[in-house]
Every structure is written in structure tokens, then in C-alpha cells.
Design a binder for this molecule. Structure first.
Ligand code: WQD
Length: 338
């Protein structure tokens, strides 16, 4: 029984491959290396002692997707990470995002629909909630109008899967709505590799800490929060990776209540931008150079998860604290700059 991990050389994908292999799954990675490198395979192999199968493939090529599924007929489950994820870029290049994130999803679901039984895990995002009216955010909070084509692809992706599951009882799917993933594997063999100037907070913090960036801009300190900076739910990437394995096991064992389910994946704890900075200063013993600047357009004030459903129904819970995750991000940053 093989598990296909699309985008398995990426940040969350590579950590998930490690956790799958640790649990004894045989993994086939498909990646087009557009935002990743084949060298990640070495890191995965070092950690788990096993080299996953790898096919360099662009999932936008429908014929190749078909041929892939003909070659690997024993694929029992798919964890679909392959997608573009930069919010700003999606505004500039909407069609690229719809092709990458929606086109590829449709091709994979078409292949899975031909099978007698298939399990599918989808990378969704807390971005579907927009600025939720109530904190913490439960899975039944309304989906708000997407702020960007990227966000829209996650909403549409969920709808496409839900519609497909309604008419395909052989297919079971879970959408995992991630909050803010961060950190790196404790071994420092794999981790986050942002290309160019990082858009996300944690890699910007660690790159500032190591001296690659002069200072971190904190986007606004006049939000209605205790210290005025925005609040997010930072989830350690290894915890997040484990959520995928638990979700997959649920589907493979037929323990799911419906053939399409949705779970939040976060810690349940909100942290402000200043708290994230202080966490970095604590674990690194370094003072971080930062200044307060204007708000970033499109940012929401606060988002953190109600994890009750994931804890009780899925049987998954985050284990690591913000400090643990920040420490791993810092160890990784020092290693890759060395
Ligand atoms: C976090 C906080 C910024 C950079 C991302 C994705 C989104 C979803 C969740 C995936 C915010 C502040 C940041 C900086 C700062 N994920 N910040 N200075 O905005 O929550 O969203 O994760 O689907 O789609 O975009 O994450 O890391 O960009 O920002 O002050 O240089 O850090 O304002 O409050 P965000 P982020």
C-alpha cells in the first residue's frame, strides 16, 4: 500500500513524509521542484533511514497524472500539498494560482474517482475563515469571502472535494485547515526554505536574527489586541505533519463519520507578533532588531483555532510550545547559513 505525497519536497510535505515513513508507510513523492529542491530527499532519508520513491512531475500535465496513476496502481491514499502559496503573488498572477491549485486538484480527484477505494487529505487553511467573528475559531464558523486568489483556491478546493465526495462514496477526504505553520525538524535535516525575502513572520525573524535582514518590520501595533499587534496560532510543523498521518489513518481504517470531513489544525493558543519576537529573543539569547510600521493591507486582527474537534474526533493534539518551535526554527536558520 503506497501513499502519494504531492509537493512532498516542500516545507510541510517533507516533514509529513518523515512522519509517514516513521509509521511504516511506503511513500511516493511527486514534486515539480518549482519551489523545492531534490536535495530535500537526502534530509528525509537521513532522518527516517529510508529513501522515499520520487517522481519529478508537473501535476498540471493531465496526461502525465494519468500515466502516473497507471504506473502506481497500488496507491491507497494521497496527501495533496502541491500548490502555490504566496498571497501577494496570487493577486498578481491569479490564473497561475487557479491552474496550480485547482487544475491539479481536479486531475488527482479524477484519477482517485476511478478507484474502488481511495483516501484523500487536502491542505486547506485558516484563511478560509477570514476575520472570524468569534475566537477561538470552530470548524463551523462561516467561510468568508476570500481576500486573494490564493485564499479563494483553498475555499474552492474544499468545495470541489465536498461536491466530488457527495457523488463518489468510494472516495473519503479530509481537509485540514492549518493555522500558521512554523519551525523545522529537530534533527535540522529538513526545514523551511523561503525563496527571496520571506513574507511570513517566523523566517523573517530568524533571518533578521542571523543578520541577513537589517530589521523586522512589525506591521501595526494599533490593533484591538492586548499589545496592539496581530494574534495568530503558530503550529509546529512536526505537530502539523503528525495531524496528516492521523487523518490518513482515520480514512484508511474507515473510522470517518462522513466521507468528507474538515478539521482545524492549530494549538488553540493565540500569540501576538511581539510575543513571537520575545520567544525568539528567549530561545536565541539575541536581541532582535525590529521597528513598528504601518499595518499590512489585508491582515486580519486575530485568528486562533478551537481544536476541540481535532482533539476529540481525530485524536490529535499539538505537543510543542511556541518556544520549542521557535528554537527549532533558529537552529535550522543557523545550520543553513553556516
Ligand atoms: C503573521 C503575523 C503579520 C511578517 C499566512 C498565510 C495565510 C495562512 C496563514 C496558509 C501577521 C505579522 C509578518 C513581517 C510582521 N496560511 N508580520 N512582519 O498573515 O497569518 O498568513 O498564514 O494558507 O494564507 O498568508 O502569516 O506569517 O505572514 O504573518 O509583523 O515581516 O506577523 O502582520 O500579523 P499570516 P504571516
Amino acid at each position: 500500500m503506497k501513499i502519494l505525497v504531492t509537493g512532498g519536497l516542500g516545507f510541510i510535505g517533507s516533514h509529513t513524509v518523515v512522519e509517514l515513513q516513521n509509521k511504516g508507510f511506503e511513500v511516493v513523492i511527486v514534486d515539480n521542484c518549482s519551489n523545492s529542491s531534490e536535495s530535500v530527499l537526502d534530509g528525509i532519508t537521513k532522518i527516517s533511514g529510508k529513501k522515499p520513491l520520487f517522481e519529478k512531475l508537473d501535476l498540471r500535465e493531465k496526461e502525465k497524472v494519468s500515466s502516473f496513476f497507471k504506473k502506481y496502481q497500488d496507491i491507497a491514499g494521497v496527501i495533496h500539498f502541491a500548490a502555490s502559496k504566496a498571497v501577494g503573488e496570487s493577486v498578481e498572477k491569479p490564473l497561475l494560482y487557479y491552474e496550480n491549485n485547482i487544475g491539479t486538484l481536479v486531475y488527482i480527484l479524477q484519477e482517485l474517482s476511478k478507484k474502488q477505494k481511495a483516501s484523500f487529505i487536502f491542505s486547506s487553511s485558516c484563511t478560509v475563515y477570514g476575520q472570524a467573528d468569534k475566537m477561538p475559531i470552530t470548524e463551523d464558523a462561516p467561510v468568508k469571502v476570500a481576500e486573494s486568489p490564493y485564499g479563494n483556491t483553498k475555499q474552492m478546493g474544499e468545495e470541489i472535494i465536498a461536491d466530488t465526495c457527495k457523488v463518489t462514496p468510494e472516495l473519503s477526504a479530509i481537509a485540514l485547515r492549518y493555522f500558521n505553520p512554523m519551525g523545522s525538524h529537530p534533527s535540522a535535516e529538513i526545514g523551511e526554505l523561503p525563496i527571496g525575502v520571506p513574507q511570513n513572520l517566523v523566517p523573517f525573524i530568524t533571518q533578521t536574527g542571523i543578520g541577513m535582514r537589517k530589521e523586522l518590520s512589525v506591521f501595526g501595533d494599533d490593533y484591538p489586541t492586548p499589545d496592539g499587534t496581530c494574534i495568530r496560532d503558530y503550529i509546529y510543523v512536526v505537530d502539523l505533519a503528525k495531524a496528516h498521518v492521523v487523518a490518513l489513518e482515520r480514512l484508511l481504517a474507515g473510522k470517518n463519520k462522513e466521507n468528507y470531513e474538515v478539521f482545524n489544525v492549530g494549538t488553540g493558543k493565540g500569540s501576538s507578533v511581539l510575543e513571537a519576537i520575545h520567544s525568539f529573543e528567549k530561545v536565541s539569547g539575541k536581541k532582535l532588531n525590529y521597528k513598528i510600521v504601518d499595518r499590512r493591507p489585508g491582515d486580519i486582527t486575530s485568528a486562533y483555532a478551537d481544536t476541540t474537534k481535532a482533539n476529540t474526533v481525530l485524536g490529535w493534539k499539538s505537543e510543542y510550545t511556541l518556544d520549542d518551535a521557535m528554537k527549532s526554527a533558529w537552529v535550522w536558520e543557523q545550520k543553513i547559513r553556516d
